[in-house]
Design a protein around this ligand. Structure first.
Ligand SMILES: C[S@@+](CC[C@H](N)C(=O)[O-])C[C@H]1O[C@@H](n2cnc3c(N)ncnc32)[C@H](O)[C@@H]1O
Length: 483
């Protein structure tokens, strides 16, 4: 009750602030920040290439129109204070933050000294109030959820350096929260610290992209961070911080935000990791591309640790998922991951039904499935780098496309396939004798590798009747287009 009460109080306080700040002048609000009367802007990092998919999810679940950031891998949308809990239900987003201020055309000075001085001045001029209230509300929300789930929320963990150039993704796999529809990976330390009136611990993380800057992201984080410290009298702590201030710089664009998630949400489902475990957010994006329907049979024939079918079985409970792999260790990991989710659900007293998912050990080239029995295939193929080899892919990819065509329903079946071995894939597809038609391709970044997600539609051609080697399929010319 106490926590629910504090959440309601925070919400009312924010609504009061939102109302009162509508009447403040731009200067009083500290410059070119967003108009708070219209709500707050939430920013989210998403897997690159999946920005439109994430924007679509925001529209569907929150009813807000998301805009895609100039910087790839980011979307922004405005919400009212009451929509904050819904933000944590988004499955396409890796990290969430509330925007303090954004400048589309920030005039960075030519000299490093002048630019850093400007950034220092900026810290005291920003309209922090609303963003900080949202951050507090978010903490209360996390705490409430933690209580509801039996106080099992994670604590703040060390996060590495003061600032990172470019990519913000942490790569080392680490067990994290279960699927929890309301999970956000958040701890409860900030609210407690706040209540005890101790000075907050903070850090500034700067992500910078663009080659025309006279400063590094470390310079910016250090000098802006120093000014933030002075302004708020907070204590800098790079590892055990309560609040993380974000400075995102992309060419002339500058966005200051406050993180609402302490860890990327992409690790939400998996506890037993493998060498190439796919991010849950990317798995979600791939599944969304094929728009699963009620009673669809969805297969991941190369499931590895099961990131795709596990995400699917949690999110699309009206479909049925089958996962398989030819590697015993992979099959065990998938089973362990599903069991872990079921156990956590049980311990949390959840009444959610079990996962509609089966796992098998099989060879993808000879699937123990009837012809035309599958609606959708979603899989992450061996790139031939960490998993398999480029040489083996020349045999694997054609066999795989042919066998997938056999089990997939003609005319209505779909396949969403991720690979970085685009050349091999293009060649294999061109030799499928018209069994598959390419619908579109999404270009993605997987651990720094430029990969493609191919969305294929199963044509009406009956497997076995189609001629091999492109007689009825696409010509060699189309390979170029696929690469
Ligand atoms: C890129 S990994 C999939 C990773 C997975 N998405 C995850 O999140 O862990 C490719 C998987 O294909 C499996 N594989 C390779 N050849 C196979 C075959 N002929 N039949 C079934 N699985 C195969 C490998 O064992 C590997 O687990």
């Amino acid at each position: 009750f106490i926590y629910a009460h504090s959440w309601v109080k925070q919400r009312h306080a924010l609504i009061r602030i939102l109302r009162s700040e509508v009447h403040m002048s731009t200067e009083e609000r500290g410059g070119s920040g967003p108009d708070p009367g219209a709500g707050v802007t939430i920013g989210a990092t998403v897997p690159t290439g999946f920005e439109p998919t994430a924007a679509e999810e925001v529209g569907e679940k929150i009813g807000a129109e998301a805009r895609i950031g100039k910087d790839r891998g980011r979307i922004y949308f405005r919400i009212g204070a009451d929509k904050l809990p819904l933000v944590h239900r988004l499955r396409s987003v890796d990290n969430l933050f509330v925007v303090v201020a954004e400048y589309n055309n920030y005039q960075f000075k030519e000299s490093k000294e002048e630019t850093l001085l400007d950034l220092q001045k900026l810290a005291s001029q920003l309209p922090w109030t609303i963003a900080l209230e949202v951050w507090k509300m978010n903490n209360a929300l996390k705490k409430k959820r933690g209580r509801r789930r039996g106080g099992n929320s994670s604590v703040l963990t060390p996060k590495g350096d003061v600032s990172k150039e470019g990519d913000t993704e942490a790569d080392s796999p680490r067990p994290e929260d279960e699927e929890g529809r309301d999970e956000d990976g958040g701890g409860c330390a900030p609210a407690e610290r706040d209540a005890a009136d101790k000075p907050l611990k903070f850090r500034v993380t700067c992500n910078r992209a663009g080659d025309k800057h006279s400063f590094t992201s470390n310079d910016a984080a250090r000098d802006f961070g120093g000014a933030v410290q002075e302004f708020f009298q907070w204590k800098a702590d790079m590892t055990k911080f309560d609040i993380e201030v974000l400075l995102n710089i992309h060419n002339q664009e500058l966005v200051v935000g406050i993180a609402l998630t302490e860890e990327s949400l992409h690790r939400r489902n998996i506890t037993h990791f493998g060498p190439t475990t796919l991010r849950s957010t990317l798995a979600y994006g791939m599944l969304r591309l094929c728009r699963p329907q009620i009673s669809d049979v969805i297969v991941d024939p190369m499931c590895g640790t099961g990131a795709i079918p596990v995400e699917g079985a949690i999110e699309w409970q009206q479909s049925f998922f089958i996962a398989g792999d030819n590697n015993d260790m992979a099959v065990n990991r998938t089973v362990n991951n599903t069991n872990h989710i079921l156990k956590r659900r049980q311990e949390g007293g959840s009444s959610a039904p079990g996962l509609r998912m089966d796992t098998a050990r099989w060879d993808l080239c000879r699937l123990p499935l009837r012809a035309s029995s599958v609606d959708i295939i979603v899989t992450d193929m061996p790139f031939g780098k960490r998993m398999g080899s480029r040489k083996k892919n020349w045999d694997l990819y054609p066999s795989c496309l042919r066998e997938m065509a056999r089990v997939c329903r003609p005319a209505t079946g779909k396949a969403v396939l991720l690979t970085q071995d685009k050349k091999c894939f293009a060649k294999a597809l061109s030799r499928m004798g018209g069994l598959w038609r390419r619908s579109h391709t999404v270009w993605v970044n997987v651990g720094g590798l430029h990969a493609a997600v191919y969305v294929l539609k199963r044509t009406g051609w009956v497997h076995g009747a189609a001629a091999e080697d492109g007689a009825e399929g696409r010509g060699e010319g189309e390979e170029e287009e696929l690469l």
